[in-house]
Design a protein around this ligand. Structure first.
Ligand SMILES: [Zn+2]
Length: 102
Protein backbone atom coordinates (compact mmCIF):
# COMPACT_ATOMS: atom_id res chain seq x y z
CA UNK A 1 0.00 0.00 0.00
CA UNK A 2 1.57 3.24 -1.06
CA UNK A 3 -1.68 5.18 -0.96
CA UNK A 4 -0.54 7.92 1.36
CA UNK A 5 -2.97 10.63 2.34
CA UNK A 6 -2.10 13.49 0.05
CA UNK A 7 -5.22 15.63 0.32
CA UNK A 8 -6.95 17.49 3.10
CA UNK A 9 -10.69 17.90 2.99
CA UNK A 10 -11.62 21.58 2.62
CA UNK A 11 -14.61 21.06 4.90
CA UNK A 12 -13.87 18.57 7.65
CA UNK A 13 -10.09 18.81 7.51
CA UNK A 14 -9.58 15.05 7.34
CA UNK A 15 -6.71 13.79 5.28
CA UNK A 16 -7.42 11.30 2.53
CA UNK A 17 -5.91 9.81 -0.56
CA UNK A 18 -6.80 10.96 -4.06
CA UNK A 19 -4.75 10.27 -7.13
CA UNK A 20 -2.94 13.47 -8.07
CA UNK A 21 -2.84 12.63 -11.74
CA UNK A 22 -6.61 12.20 -11.66
CA UNK A 23 -6.97 15.89 -10.99
CA UNK A 24 -6.14 16.47 -14.61
CA UNK A 25 -8.66 14.01 -15.95
CA UNK A 26 -12.00 15.63 -16.58
CA UNK A 27 -14.07 12.50 -16.33
CA UNK A 28 -12.81 11.92 -12.83
CA UNK A 29 -15.12 13.20 -10.12
CA UNK A 30 -13.56 16.62 -9.42
CA UNK A 31 -14.98 16.80 -5.89
CA UNK A 32 -12.40 14.22 -4.83
CA UNK A 33 -9.72 16.88 -5.13
CA UNK A 34 -11.59 19.25 -2.79
CA UNK A 35 -13.29 17.07 -0.20
CA UNK A 36 -13.05 13.50 1.04
CA UNK A 37 -16.75 12.66 0.74
CA UNK A 38 -19.77 13.70 -1.28
CA UNK A 39 -21.41 14.86 1.95
CA UNK A 40 -18.54 17.29 2.53
CA UNK A 41 -18.69 18.45 -1.08
CA UNK A 42 -22.39 19.23 -0.70
CA UNK A 43 -21.54 21.50 2.23
CA UNK A 44 -18.73 23.03 0.21
CA UNK A 45 -21.11 23.90 -2.64
CA UNK A 46 -23.64 25.48 -0.28
CA UNK A 47 -21.00 27.61 1.46
CA UNK A 48 -19.47 28.58 -1.85
CA UNK A 49 -22.84 29.54 -3.31
CA UNK A 50 -23.71 31.51 -0.22
CA UNK A 51 -20.38 33.28 -0.27
CA UNK A 52 -20.78 34.30 -3.89
CA UNK A 53 -24.42 35.27 -3.42
CA UNK A 54 -25.87 32.50 -5.59
CA UNK A 55 -27.68 30.98 -2.65
CA UNK A 56 -29.82 33.03 -0.29
CA UNK A 57 -28.97 32.70 3.38
CA UNK A 58 -32.39 31.19 4.16
CA UNK A 59 -31.94 28.64 1.38
CA UNK A 60 -28.46 27.84 2.62
CA UNK A 61 -29.95 27.16 6.07
CA UNK A 62 -32.53 24.83 4.57
CA UNK A 63 -29.92 23.01 2.51
CA UNK A 64 -27.49 22.71 5.40
CA UNK A 65 -30.22 21.15 7.52
CA UNK A 66 -30.27 18.32 5.00
CA UNK A 67 -26.53 17.80 5.39
CA UNK A 68 -24.83 15.69 8.00
CA UNK A 69 -23.48 18.25 10.46
CA UNK A 70 -22.98 15.78 13.29
CA UNK A 71 -19.21 16.20 12.91
CA UNK A 72 -19.38 19.99 12.79
CA UNK A 73 -17.13 20.31 15.83
CA UNK A 74 -14.32 18.62 13.90
CA UNK A 75 -14.67 20.77 10.79
CA UNK A 76 -12.04 23.27 9.64
CA UNK A 77 -12.48 26.35 11.92
CA UNK A 78 -13.36 28.87 9.23
CA UNK A 79 -15.85 26.45 7.70
CA UNK A 80 -17.44 25.89 11.09
CA UNK A 81 -17.69 29.65 11.57
CA UNK A 82 -19.23 30.13 8.14
CA UNK A 83 -21.87 27.49 8.88
CA UNK A 84 -22.62 28.99 12.28
CA UNK A 85 -22.93 32.44 10.70
CA UNK A 86 -25.48 31.14 8.23
CA UNK A 87 -27.58 29.70 11.03
CA UNK A 88 -27.21 32.82 13.18
CA UNK A 89 -28.32 35.25 10.50
CA UNK A 90 -31.81 36.60 10.92
CA UNK A 91 -34.15 36.11 8.02
CA UNK A 92 -34.59 39.26 6.02
CA UNK A 93 -38.03 40.52 5.02
CA UNK A 94 -37.48 39.02 1.63
CA UNK A 95 -36.77 35.62 3.14
CA UNK A 96 -39.83 35.80 5.38
CA UNK A 97 -42.10 36.56 2.46
CA UNK A 98 -40.53 33.72 0.56
CA UNK A 99 -40.76 31.14 3.31
CA UNK A 100 -44.56 31.47 3.57
CA UNK A 101 -44.71 29.19 0.58
CA UNK A 102 -43.49 26.34 2.72
ZN1 LIG B 1 -14.60 15.94 4.63
Amino acid sequence: MNQYKNHTCAICGKTYYACSSCENIRSFQPWRTITDTRACYKIFLILNGCNKGYIHNADAQKQLKNCDLSQLHTFVPHIREAIQKIFEKEETDYDKKDSRLF
